[in-house]
Design a protein around this ligand. Structure first.
Ligand code: PMT
Length: 411
């Protein structure tokens, strides 16, 4: 990824951003100084926080001189706390970037620990978090590290790297820090800060559970991961995001307002109740099309060899949103298809009065319901874009970039 130094005539890609640069203790810590320079070239204000281990690899004076700000490394520094307390620092940041992110820091962040200044700030801040991992290739490949990374990615944390190649320890493999110019270029490309600033985005996610009796329900396999990733991606572009979530066990993406619901009828009420003032609606939820006509107050007892359950159609939330007097400027549906994806998706686009529809082939292994990855084909009236297979956060970022293009009247 080439880096272009920003001259006077170019628009700096991180203008207005306040970046808290966390430096943790790895041999690549010295490269964080170059990252700091590049962030400043892109117009960002930067403050540096170092872990105790980082201080063994590189001194704070370099970062202090470059950032022209005091460098902090301890929660217990009275003078620094008096100047800008750690909670103020957490609020100050519009993004936290950790370079390098060691296996230890990744583990502590995954567990939500607050046992030093950097981990406390990550926990206390609503700013999006980006990690540039660097460690020995065996440590990176270890199932414990991979599980921690998966936890963080599912929470909407952005990862840049690691890269493959020669390592300081003499080994060769995945675990190298991505080069500083590429870290900053990736940050500029993915964040496009302010692209959705001032916009309000409403997202539905997860399944709905339609109760039959106090112990049984009709549900589906949606985990909510896709919709949560969409909410996190919209937030990362600066939008104010409201997430209406069916019953899922996922952490709320940082900075996103969440409303929990269970049944399709509750999801409809929540979505329509929130609609006013939203610029975009994305319906990623797998809403039940039918619900039991009656929910029995007591557990239904076994009787007879067969049992008939009367089901009634639920309201089509997406179609109602598209036809609503307070319709958002952009209404984006999802389509979960197992065959003839384009034909079915385009039919929904037309029939429900949508601006865009993101179709996923849920019959294909390794994507769609439940899993961590997806691939989307996005259709609009006179266009189509395929978002290739990747992690749901990655796919969601591409989708939101497309949404931002459409809002800006492009393509
Ligand atoms: O949650 P995950 O495990 O991450 O899986 C992601 C996903 C596969 C659930 C997601 O990517 C997806 O495709 N969501 C839409 C699933 C779906 O219900 O598709 P559908 O083709 O049945 O519905 C079309 C659209 O109408 C959807 O936007 C849906 O939210 C909406 N709808 C459907 C029925 C209804 N009563 N009200 C609605 O708003």
């Amino acid at each position: 990824m080439p880096f272009t130094r920003v001259g006077k005539t170019q628009v700096a890609g991180l203008e207005g951003q306040r970046i808290l640069l966390g430096v943790s203790g790895g041999i690549a810590a010295y490269k964080a100084a170059e990252v700091l320079r590049r962030l400043q070239d892109e117009g960002a204000q930067v403050r540096v926080v170092m872990t105790a281990s980082a201080l063994h690899f590189v001194g704070p004076t370099t970062f202090q001189a470059l950032s022209r700000q005091p460098v902090r490394s301890s929660l217990w520094d009275e003078a620094a706390e008096a100047a800008m307390g750690h909670i103020e620092l957490a609020r100050w940041a519009t993004r936290i970037l950790v370079v390098p992110a060691t296996a230890n820091v990744i583990a502590r962040l995954a567990q939500g620990r607050a046992n030093d200044l950097l981990s406390t700030l990550c926990l206390a801040s609503e700013a999006p978090l980006t990690l540039a991992p660097a460690m020995n290739r065996v440590m990176w490949a270890h199932p414990a590290t991979q599980a921690n990374v998966a936890t963080l990615v599912a929470r909407g944390v952005e990862l840049i790297g690691p890269a493959e190649g020669d390592q300081a320890c003499g080994e060769v493999g995945a675990g190298r820090l991505v080069e500083p110019d590429q870290i900053v270029a990736a940050l500029v490309a993915s964040a496009r800060p302010g692209r959705l600033a001032g916009k309000r985005v409403l997202v539905s996610a997860g399944p709905t559970f339609e109760d039959i009796d106090p112990v049984r329900f009709i549900g589906n396999r949606s985990s909510g991961k896709m919709g949560f990733a969409v909410a996190a991606a919209a937030r990362a572009l600066g939008a104010e995001v409201t997430l209406v979530a069916g019953p899922v066990s996922l952490a709320t993406p940082a900075g996103v307002r969440r409303i929990d619901v269970r049944r399709a009828a509750q999801m409809r009420d929540a979505v329509l109740g929130e609609l006013a003032g939203h610029d975009v609606y994305l319906g990623a939820a797998a809403v039940a099309d039918y619900a039991p006509a009656r929910t029995m107050p007591q557990k239904i007892k076994k009787s007879g060899e067969t049992m008939a359950l009367e089901l009634v159609r639920t309201a089509d939330i997406l179609a109602e949103v598209a036809a609503h007097p307070q319709r958002p400027a952009l209404v984006v549906g999802f389509a979960a298809e197992t065959q003839d994806m384009e034909a079915y998706a385009r039919d929904k686009l037309q029939r429900k009065g949508l601006d865009m529809i993101a179709a996923n082939d849920v019959a294909r292994a390794g994507q769609g319901f439940e899993c961590d990855d997806n691939a989307l084909s996005v259709f609009w009236h006179d266009g189509r874009r395929d978002i290739p297979h990747g992690s749901k956060p990655r796919v969601a970022r591409d989708l939101m970039a497309l949404v931002a293009d459409r809002l800006e009247g492009g393509k």
